[in-house]
Design a protein around this ligand. Structure first.
Ligand code: ZN
Length: 450
């Protein structure tokens, strides 16, 4: 599709004519909904991404083993992070990378070290607040519990109780007549979920219950990383079903699109002749600053890229050449214009749902995009036949940030911040357009192809 035939950024939904030429369609949105439902924790998200990559011929490599220089698709799993890459037949040791970056974690409530508590005949679970959730969105929902169990023998096991198990009950309006003037929630006192009745609360109750759920013997679990999730499945929404409501779109939407794009590029007939090494890097801990061994501010991505260069016989010079030619698209959700709060947005930048991916700009480097990065993203969208829009914050509003600036600064890699415009970011149930996931995946595919 030519540039002139493309709708001006942010002005129109994708026409059915241009849809026909796209790499992906609504089937990808259906798959995203299945991915969201099956990924209540970062550990589940990377396992589900790995499963999709395995189907596309990728194989897992262990960080503790020696790596070889063979071609094909590979991935590393570390906790709630995954880095996957495809080495084409024609790649040399200095071949640059094309990276799609994203994050696997979402704000929620996470289980404390001594979780068993309660009062006045209620059994409760002690939780901490992870990241910056819209706390009110967790009230009066049917909640499940999921995450990773660490066992006595040093192995780990995923667990997912995906049925109504817990609830953070609201106070009745009769007991707080001013609640609708502005709800105030104390993070310690007001967010502890109930999970049943009983006065005989004992240490080990919750973990014992999860051991049973996971088919493990009592006492086998010696560590846990557990979090609550809404058990309501994602759903199409609206008169024309052109919206999707669901959890964790920030940022599993990008993890899913990046996985689909990498699998598509690696599975293409001409994959052997790719000019770049396509990479997916999905990190944990973005919502609390990325500073961990699985976060974007750790050495994980750099270590994988460097080992890939050296495993193919490269020198430090080859590594430097490869990094200098590398580009990363950091993909994350952004804010669509909200009809009830339009004044909160920049008056000339109103990203619309189903208007295509957004290019995120902030001159103070809260986003890594610059003009040359815009040109790279525009070329990918043009090649894919996908419209894109620009996002910039209202000057009077603080701007969020992403893994983009961290990736750029830590590894010296050119980075462009992009994403998808949604509503209700950081709610337990967010809202996106039904077309934007496949428009993003189509643009990411074109970018990875080079
Ligand atoms: Zn995010």
């Amino acid at each position: 599709m030519s540039t002139s035939a493309r709708p001006a950024p942010g002005t129109a939904p994708v026409s059915s004519a241009s849809r026909a030429s796209l790499r992906f369609g609504r089937g990808l949105t259906d798959d995203l909904m299945a991915f969201l439902a099956a990924s209540p924790s970062p550990y589940h998200a990377v396992a589900n991404a790995a499963e999709r990559l395995e189907k596309a011929g990728f194989r897992q490599v262990e960080e503790t083993e020696a790596w070889d220089g063979t071609t094909g698709g590979k991935y590393v799993l570390r906790g709630g992070a995954i880095v996957a890459w495809y080495v084409p037949e024609g790649a040399g040791p200095h071949t640059p990378f094309r990276i799609v970056g994203a994050h696997t974690d979402s704000p929620n409530l996470r289980v404390k070290p001594r979780p068993d508590t309660g009062a006045h005949g209620w059994r409760q679970v002690a939780v901490e607040v992870y990241g910056g959730p819209l706390l009110n969105s967790w009230l009066d929902r049917d909640l499940g519990l999921a995450g990773r169990l660490s066992l006595r023998d040093g192995t780990t096991r995923l667990v997912n109780v995906d049925r109504p198990l817990l609830r953070v009950p609201q106070l009745a309006i009769h007991l707080d007549r001013s609640v609708n003037d502005g709800l105030k929630l104390d993070k310690q006192r007001h967010l502890q979920p109930i999970w049943g009745l009983g006065d005989d609360v004992r240490d080990g109750d919750l973990i014992g219950f999860l051991e049973e759920e996971a088919g493990l013997a009592r006492g086998e679990v010696t560590g846990w990383d557990l979090m609550v999730h809404s058990v309501e499945p994602p759903a199409y929404l609206g008169r024309d079903k052109d919206l999707v409501a669901g959890p964790r779109m920030d940022n599993l939407l990008s993890v899913h699109a990046g996985t689909a794009a990498l699998a598509a590029v690696a599975g293409a007939e001409d994959a052997a002749a790719l000019p770049y090494i396509p990479v997916l890097a999905a990190f944990d801990h973005e919502e609390n600053g990325s500073q961990s061994d699985t976060g974007a501010d750790g050495p994980l991505l750099g270590s994988v890229l460097e080992r890939s260069v050296y495993a193919r016989g490269g020198s430090y010079e080859d590594r430097a050449r490869a990094f200098a030619g590398t580009v990363c698209l950091s993909s994350d959700t952004g804010h669509a214009v909200h009809p009830n709060y339009a004044e909160r947005h920049d008056p000339t930048h109103h990203p619309r749902v189903n208007g295509g991916p957004i290019l995120k700009v902030n001159v103070n480097n809260r986003y890594a995009t610059d003009g040359s990065g815009r040109a790279i993203f525009a070329a990918a969208c043009d090649k894919a036949g996908v419209p894109f829009q620009s996002f910039v914050s209202n000057n009077a509003m603080p701007c969020g940030t992403t893994i983009g600036p961290i990736t750029a600064a830590r590894h010296g890699i050119r980075t462009v911040d992009i994403g998808v415009a949604i509503l209700s970011m950081h709610s337990a149930r967010e809202l996106c357009g039904a077309d934007d996931p496949f428009l993003l995946a189509s643009a990411l595919t074109a970018f990875l192809e080079g």
